[in-house]
Write a protein that binds this ligand. Structure first.
Ligand code: PHE
Length: 350
């Protein structure tokens, strides 16, 4: 019996010396203190001994058991204290969970800026008809944007009435204006984000699919001043409190008067930042175009059965990729859609 105990003790000392990992320690614990350990086995052999020897050896076994337990426990404690099993030379674990795509983040930020001003967010539909995408927006039949080179027409098999015309993938988010005005009564203040499609050749600034946010308000006593105020508030929240806006007269069939809006260059501050000699973003013009807008054309209100003598409205539409590119200094729209993690990871937030 005594020999058996000595043998276990020696073996334990040897094993104990050679452990280097947490797993080794666990294995050692099971080997020497587990139910099937040699030490436990000794207890069952004790029945063969005289009652005097039994008491003696029982004590000896328990002493060794306690010694092994203490040794292992102190190792656990010191391992925790000294981080003995933590290999600092191992590479850190990188968080590989996917998070929101940068375009969705920007899209949500745009919408929430308008939500703070009292707008509701309502999505339109990506499959549209000619009525909502063109006719109701005062876009005449001969307008070039209706051409097959500028719009994806769908062969959906759905019944096409004279009014709806052909089905298509919407080429802008403006048909959302029509859908909302058909279904809501003023006062209306809505922003409508989503994908739009145009058969453009893909290059650094063009994609056959991109995102827009449409915004519009219909109420009594709405003027161009309201439009300017709302857009200035948006630009200062989104691009920074210093930015200025410039309204350039323009033309859209569904707004009158119409304007294109530029924001003072957020990279060179419109020439204010003297350290930037030749601004690569605004090409030294000091301005960046961000959206189209105007007062909703009376014909549009009329088609949506809104009394244009009583109500006025303004509308605007902006490209999400474009504002994201300006804000983050991204020079190629294709980067958004290539799903290269090295690009996307730069925008991950905790
Ligand atoms: N739909 C226009 C475009 O895609 C933008 C726009 C929206 C202009 C609303 C005026 C008013 O270019």
């Amino acid at each position: 019996m005594k020999e058996a105990l000595d043998k276990i003790n020696n073996e334990f000392q040897k094993d104990y010396e050679s452990i280097s990992t947490q797993q080794d320690l666990e294995a050692l614990k099971i080997k020497y203190l587990g139910r099937k350990s040699e030490l436990n086995g000794l207890f069952s052999n004790m029945s063969k001994l005289s009652s005097q020897d039994r008491g003696l050896f029982g004590k000896e076994i328990n002493l060794l058991k306690q010694k092994i337990t203490d040794t292992i426990n102190s190792k656990i404690l010191s391992a925790e204290k000294n981080e003995l099993f933590f290999d600092v030379t191992l590479p850190g674990t990188v968080n590989t969970f996917a998070t929101e795509h940068i375009l969705i983040t920007v899209l949500k930020q745009i919408c929430s800026t308008f939500e703070q001003l009292g707008f509701s967010v309502v999505e339109g539909t990506e499959m549209e008809d000619e009525w909502h995408n063109f006719s109701a927006l005062n876009i005449p039949l001969e307008h070039p944007s209706r051409d097959g080179f500028d719009t994806f027409y769908l062969d959906s098999g759905a019944t096409i009435t004279e009014k709806t015309g052909q089905y298509l993938l919407r080429s802008h988010t403006s048909p959302s204006q029509i859908r909302m005005m058909e279904n809501l009564t003023p006062p209306i203040a809505v922003v409508s984000p989503g994908r739009v499609y145009r058969p453009d050749e893909v290059d650094a600034t063009h994609s056959f699919m991109f995102h827009q946010v449409e915004g519009f308000v219909v109420d009594k006593n709405i003027s161009f001043a309201n439009l300017k105020g709302v857009l200035l508030k948006f630009a200062r929240t989104f691009f920074g409190p210093e930015v200025k806006l410039r309204f350039r007269p323009s033309f859209f069939p569904f707004t009158e008067p119409s304007a294109e809006v530029d924001v003072s260059c957020i990279i060179c501050g419109g020439g204010k930042n003297k350290q930037i000699k030749k601004c690569p973003v605004c090409k030294d013009s000091g301005w960046l175009e961000i959206l189209g807008c105007g007062m909703i054309h009376p014909n549009v209100l009329k088609d949506c059965k809104i009394d244009f003598k009583k109500y006025q409205g303004f509308a605007f539409g902006m490209g999400v990729e474009r504002v994201a590119m300006l804000r983050y200094g991204i020079d190629d729209i294709r980067l958004f859609f290539e799903n290269d993690k090295r690009f996307l990871e730069q925008f991950y937030v905790e």
